[in-house]
Design a protein around this ligand. Structure first.
Ligand code: BLA
Length: 522
């Protein structure tokens, strides 16, 4: 996109959100050359926040522009070692129109090509008057309590809940959600705490397009972002091209980065005045977000509090990975138990195989299906939600016609159009057995499991019904519904492993049954 292409719903995944050329005006930004601390770029709102117009600052050194004390603080910070980010914020006082103003300075470096033997130092300054009591001492305690609580609980649901609660206590947002992606980056609100009187978003689903790919890529590098007031007027960075690189300044790691206008429109339509989100990562990949909303007005937790919340996010990420692993282990133990039970039943030679397998919900639970069809001894037996006998038989016959012993699809309509219209069945997992026998599991459409939740009388929701609104949670939900229409929840690998083991055991059980039939025929 060129700077004058308006961003719209079609091109917004191509919007280069890391180089917006502007900042949010809650703070101001200076770019200095590390070697001599000369200011090479700044946001124009330095005039209001620092009492010095950009023309005065550009080309001068930090000492000339902001005084010896300021320069000294920055130099000492640089001299203390390379991990600038971990030592943010830096507490500074700047003389503005004859008065000392307390500010948080947040520093990070942008490397330059090797031959220049230099780097850019980005200094962001946020006024911190009266906010200082908020920082280290009491945030440390809050974080320590949160980490202790996180380590005490033992289910993923509790881990999410505790994390949401602590982030809300720490930051004071009206609503804090844990938003989890599926493998296609569609998202679901899996935990939530909110101020009384707000409708709940818990269980709501959104399409991947609500957080486009370039935004997700950025959120893997920078783990926290705050939009303190969605109605802000951005402040331009001048000059647009950095004089050393000739390119716009990369704001990937800047806390004041101005955000996408599309996203601001979305938040505005949702009735949100301030938004913050923290990345949750698994093996370096974005797994989800802690998403925070504020409705009553702008909301601006100071940098120290945001850093504490970011730390909680990274602790939650680690806890999450461990818990997912534990849950997987527990699920595989449960599956092993169910499998053993099913195998025992299949060996009960007084019962035909179909009846032996469908006499309980075990076969459904083994792979979390909504219905199952067993086609054995030329008979159809079913359990759960299944189509009529004729259709069930067609499904089994289709599975038997395939080259593989196991077939799976999360969209019968897409993979086997001739079987479409299979009542409620949207996804199919099938295994073949000797002598033209088969087991076919079915799952219904994913959207059936989901409801829009929310109170229909809620004012925000009513406003969102208005057709003039381009972007809203309800429209998102409808887009998500289009994406998943005719699709079931995918059959995960662990479920496929269970189906494969069951197949191996059933082949053996059928062999034993065959032996017995032979013996009794003799
Ligand atoms: C960014 N979209 C985001 C972010 C969230 C969401 C959490 C991160 C920025 C932030 O912290 O606010 C989405 N927020 C949600 C969802 C819920 C929520 C789903 O609270 C549900 C409760 N957005 C769209 C569409 C486009 C789009 C259709 O809905 C584009 C076609 C774009 N979203 C978009 C962009 C960003 C974004 C470009 C990046 C904003 C930025 O960081 O600059």
């Amino acid at each position: 996109l060129t700077p004058d292409t308006p961003v719209d719903l079609d091109n917004c995944a191509r919007e280069p959100i890391h180089i917006p050329g502007r900042v949010q005006p809650r703070g101001c930004l200076l770019v200095v050359r590390s070697s001599d601390l000369t200011v090479v770029q700044c946001s124009v709102n330095v005039a209001e926040l620092l009492g010095r117009p950009s023309e005065t600052l550009l080309g001068s050194t930090l000492r000339e522009g902001l005084g010896t004390y300021f320069e000294g603080v920055v130099r000492r910070h640089l001299a203390a070692g390379p991990r600038l980010h971990d030592r943010n914020p830096l507490l500074v006082a700047v003389e503005v129109d004859g008065q000392l103003r307390e500010m948080d300075a947040i520093l990070h470096r942008i490397p330059l090509p090797d031959d220049l033997d230099d780097s850019l130092l980005v200094i962001e300054l946020e006024p911190a008057e009266g906010l200082r009591p908020f920082t280290f001492a009491n945030t440390y305690q809050a974080v320590r309590d949160a980490v202790n609580d996180l380590n005490r609980v033992s289910s993923l649901a509790e881990v999410f809940d505790i994390a949401a609660r602590h982030v809300r206590d720490l930051t004071g947002f009206d609503r804090v959600m844990i938003y989890a992606f599926d493998e296609d980056y569609n998202g679901e609100v899996v935990a939530e705490v909110h101020r009384e009187g707000l409708n709940s978003f818990l269980g709501l689903h959104y399409p991947a397009t609500d957080i486009p790919a370039q935004a997700r890529a950025l959120y893997e590098k920078n783990w926290i972002r705050l939009i303190s007031d969605v109605d802000y007027v951005p402040s331009e960075i001048v000059p647009t091209a950095n004089p050393i690189t000739g390119a716009p300044l990369d704001l990937t790691h800047a806390t004041l980065r101005s955000v996408s206008p599309i996203h601001l429109e979305y938040l505005g339509n949702m009735g949100v005045r301030a938004s913050m989100s923290i990345s949750l990562l698994r093996d370096g990949k974005l797994w989800g977000l802690i998403a925070c909303h504020h409705y009553s007005g702008p909301h601006e937790p100071p940098f120290g509090v945001r850093a504490a919340a970011e730390f909680l996010g990274s602790t939650l990420s680690l806890r999450l990975v461990a818990q997912v692993e534990e849950d997987r282990l527990a699920a595989s133990q449960r599956a092993a138990g169910m499998l053993a039970d099913l195998v025992a039943r299949s060996r009960d030679e007084d019962l035909p195989l179909g009846q032996a397998l469908t006499g309980s919900d075990l076969l459904l639970d083994l792979v979390q299906a909504d219905g199952v069809v067993v086609f054995a001894d030329d008979e159809i037996s079913t359990r759960g939600e299944t189509p009529d006998a004729q259709k069930s038989r067609e499904l089994a016959e289709w599975v038997l016609e395939q080259d593989d012993d196991l077939v799976r699809t999360d969209s019968i309509v897409a993979s086997v159009p001739e079987l479409a219209g299979t009542d409620d069945a949207a996804g199919l997992l099938g295994i073949t057995l000797p002598d033209g026998q088969a087991v076919v599991w079915l799952r219904h459409e994913a959207t059936r499991d989901v409801d829009w939740g929310g109170d229909p009388h809620n004012k925000t929701i009513e406003r969102l019904e208005d057709n003039s609104v381009r972007l809203s949670p309800r429209k998102s939900f409808e887009r998500w519904r289009e994406v998943v229409r005719d699709h079931s929840i995918p059959w995960q690998d662990d479920v496929v492993v269970s189906a494969t083991s069951l197949r191996a055991h059933l082949v053996e059980a059928l062999y034993l049954r065959g032996q017995r039939d032979l013996r009794s025929a003799q």
